[in-house]
Design a protein. Sequence first.
Length: 323
Amino acid sequence: MTRRWVNRSGLNPVVVAAVIDDDYDRGDSDLTVTQLLDAPYRVAQLQRPEMEHVTADPVDRIYALFGKLIHSLLENGYPKMSGTMAKVVSLLCPGYGEVNTEDRLYDDHMGIRWSGQYDLHYRRGTKWILEDHKVVSVDEFRINRQGSKWEQQLNLLALLLRLNGKPIDEVAINCYYRDWSKAKAMFDKSGEYPKRHHVRVPLKLWSIQRQIAFLEDRITAHRLAANTPCTAEERWAKPVKWAVMVPGKSRASRLLDTKDEAESWLHEKMMDKKSARGFAGARIEERPGVSLRCMAYCEAAEICPHWAELRSKQPSQSLDDME
């Protein structure tokens, strides 16, 4: 999609060229797996002609470039498996059979043509395994591992394999930490910090009946909700908070869910002789709820009528205010 690119950060031309060269091709499909899992209203906004006039800075696409690098590595590594490195690879990775990479599959269902492109589909022993590869932060992995989006993505891709007559026995996701620190891993006492730069997480493979039911739910959602604004969950909405502010400090001493809770917490501090002096002149401020995705992460925000409406009802607010 054509954009109005602006290089505010002064990135060098090699990096800019790599970022703005969008070679993504969804083929002859109405919806992709990625779009099916996304908010229908957002998908509709991203397809509007007005997106050609939305300003974009290459530096904001650097993380996406990391993801493209992983896929490039997979594509480049595949032919070398049977080349001069074949013997070494077979010693390091025993038991692997046929391997397929970066193949886009299609299916027609409920009057639409949908598609998805998997990363790796291979045989190990007697089992056929589907794997996805992602570059994430340590915190991002902690959040998403407990969620269902990755499992949903892998199961829609697994459904495409099944509908195209290809075997599938297991699904898994591989995460590569872009901010991993070897020193933190060595000295971590909590046991929560990842020990390696990479982790492989097996996910649940659904029955084909459950996969089809989920696919139909998502197609229906896109048909019915394309003109219905994103939900609070889809906007990554943060609720209203009440901040206890102390004179001379720019950040809140405490953020609480209700005004009563904030007043009660401040009252306790004022009644404590040791802390009362530090809270002299403290006040309570309302922090309006924010739609984090709209504010900082949605490329369609600039032309989105619903975000314009929400913004008109809320005062300008910094992301720091949520901390």
